[in-house]
Design a binder for this molecule. Structure first.
Ligand code: GUN
Length: 296
């Protein structure tokens, strides 16, 4: 079998187009423009690239983008004061503090100071609790993107065996909650799981989010399974730098029914879902109907 390739780049473009169409209607009919504030502390090069891309795509969707770039030695008090200002600003519907933060700042404290209704990353402890209890919340962008692709490919996920490899707060744990919410039978596996290959081979849906290049190989994939590769790893091979996922693509694609490539799979969905979450937050703040198909 050769797997169907799930085209995340095209899917993300269609999500961005849906968001842009809804934003245009909000402006026309309600005179409201959604606004996203992004806070970057320091000059980490990868973070700068992410923040630039977020700003460009926010504008392209017709939303306002507010960028706050702070020096690496910004005090916790100053950062918390900025967040308090953004929390109180009615033009700001979403707030994202780019991670990782410099070591002298307490990430948990900073994230939990964001108004949960504006927490478009879904990292605030209130949103984590709401998701865990099946209530309306803001959902972390990367797992939301994975869920959208899975629903698009399968329709209903009910009764499927899902294995999530990785237990991070940003991807693994919320991904498992979302799959449970869609009535999958969910296993969370990780680096210490005994006989990981055997556990993975039970999966109709296998989500790899461990951060280890090409760790999931074809022999760990059930024939016909859907493989979602969340990993983005830079490795040097034959003197060249290559981007690879957490899945060994060639061997897995020979066994799987469907698979997301790296690059061009899950990656583009993250910012698309950030825009969707900002739109959702804006609709909720104004008591308007939420966009269909863009929430969990
Ligand atoms: N750094 C890398 N990915 C992310 C993300 O999704 N959200 C935030 N806030 N920081 C990140």
């Amino acid at each position: 079998m050769t797997a169907t390739v799930i085209d995340g780049k095209a899917f993300a473009a269609s999500v961005r187009a849906q968001v842009a169409a809804h934003v245009a209607r909000l402006k026309d009919e309600n005179g409201i423009t959604p606004g996203l504030a992004v806070v970057l502390v320091g000059e980490d090069p990868a973070s700068q690239v992410y923040v630039r891309n977020k700003g460009v795509q926010t504008h392209e969707a017709g939303m306002n983008s507010f960028e706050h770039k702070l020096s690496v030695d910004t005090s916790e008090a100053d950062l918390l004061a900025l967040i308090a200002t953004l929390n109180a600003d009615p033009a700001v519907h979403g707030i994202l503090v780019q991670l990782p933060l410099p070591k002298h700042l307490d990430s948990d404290l900073v994230i939990n100071s964001i108004d949960p209704a504006k927490d478009v990353d879904g990292f605030h402890i209130s949103n984590v609790g709401l998701l865990g209890t099946g209530q309306k919340s803001m959902v972390p962008c990367t797992p939301l993107g994975c869920l959208m692709m899975l629903r698009d490919h399968h329709g209903s996920l009910a009764g499927m065996n899902a294995v999530v490899v990785g237990r991070s707060n940003i991807v693994g744990k919320p991904m498992a909650q979302l799959l449970l919410g869609d009535s999958c039978t969910v296993t969370i596996a990780h680096s210490r799981t005994k006989d990981l290959a055997e556990v993975c081979r039970r999966a109709d849906i296998l989500v790899a989010a461990v951060g280890r290049p090409e760790m999931i190989t074809g022999d760990m994939v059930k024939p016909g399974a859907t493989v979602i590769d969340v990993g983005i790893n830079r490795i040097e091979k034959d003197g060249k730098v290559r981007l690879v996922g957490d899945v060994h693509y060639e061997s897995a694609a020979a066994v799987a029914g469907a698979i997301t490539p790296v690059p061009g799979g899950v990656g583009p969905m993250t910012i698309a879902c950030l825009l969707a979450n900002t739109l959702t937050a804006c609709c909720r703040a104004n008591g308007l109907a939420e966009p269909e198909g863009l929430t969990a």
